[in-house]
Design a protein around this ligand. Sequence first.
Ligand SMILES: Cc1cc2nc3c(=O)[nH]c(=O)nc-3n(C[C@H](O)[C@H](O)[C@H](O)COP(=O)(O)O)c2cc1C
Length: 377
Amino acid sequence: MKPVNVADYREAARRRLPKVLFDYIDGGAYAEWTLAENVEALKRLTLRQRVLRDVSKLKFRTELFGQELSMPVALAPVGYAGMNARRGEVQAARAAKAAGVPFCLSTVGLCSIGEVAKAVAPPWFQLYMIRDRGLMDELLATAREAGCPALLFTVDLPVPGVRYRDARNTAIATTFAEHARQAMDGLSHPAWLWDVQVNGGPHCMGNLASATQGLNNLGAYWGWVGRNFDPSVTWKDIDWVRERWPGPLVIKGILDAEDAREARAFGADGVVVSNHGGRQLDGAPASITALPAIADAVGGDMKVLMDGGIRSGLDVLKALALGADACLIGRAWVFALGARGEAGVTHVLNLMRQELRLAMSLTGCLDVADAGPELLA
Ligand SMILES: Cc1cc2nc3c(=O)[nH]c(=O)nc-3n(C[C@H](O)[C@H](O)[C@H](O)COP(=O)(O)O)c2cc1C
């Protein structure tokens, strides 16, 4: 059965991917309350239906950081995404380019900036603060030289969150039964095994290849993150990044209006209102709940993006109504990639556009630029 929405893609990805990979995408921190609340808080918002408003011509285009987007959506950075389909980040970037929306490559993607730039186009690049500043220097130089149009500096992962599903799935096997279960997880998903494990290499983190030799499973990767991400990072480090990054700089992982003001004071061009898809601080508010105060605080001065729980174009319109300039989608594109590769991502972006069209038509919103709180009941 062909998927017709993101929930169907989630189910298709669950079937096609090894459990360790599916849980890594699907899961969140601790009790996964924030993960669920991201979705639930969006569901609780009700759209105000309006009629007889000539909705034959709708405007979806928006401009972000000097780039024109065909709709106010971009693909969020997702680490390890390339394990879900062969050279997965390249496939997703291709789908994004064809749809006229940006693709953001994670620091810890499988494909490197160079691979994506050569195969498709220079991606937005997402940066984590790594202890080794020499490595950071190199990453920023690579992103600059490749012509990446924007840098998303993620600040909500100074330490890795605790995700029970990952902890269970990646626990070091000690008994025969545990070894067998881990081996069977891959072997019992032959389509994925052939596509990614056999034909999709190399399986290292492309942007960090020199520093991450030999990390060939999720547990090892997450251990590396814990050892190498810099918990001493502060606002002052934004200056350090700024000195090396003249282009648009976006701070990702803001949930508090005070922090959004700090980001503005440190010269950021935008923020992403985000709780990392509920993967870091369980108990933090849903992104959509945090959005209005942040948009109020800095909305006129910088771009306000939002992510967390966006599963349809209806959700996108709700976020625009509460002050977002655009939304990032995370799991929505990765489920699609895991289920059907590039075709899946293309389909999900088409679905988002159709859903956004319908939502705008039935709320009487003619232009995404005009979306405001009056769209909500
Ligand atoms: C599997 C997975 C890996 C992620 N890896 C990164 C990452 O490497 N860098 C980053 O800034 N955010 C990362 N995120 C967070 C996303 O960029 C985004 O904030 C989040 O997925 C939005 O929530 P949603 O999945 O509900 O759309 C990751 C999210 C998921 C689900």
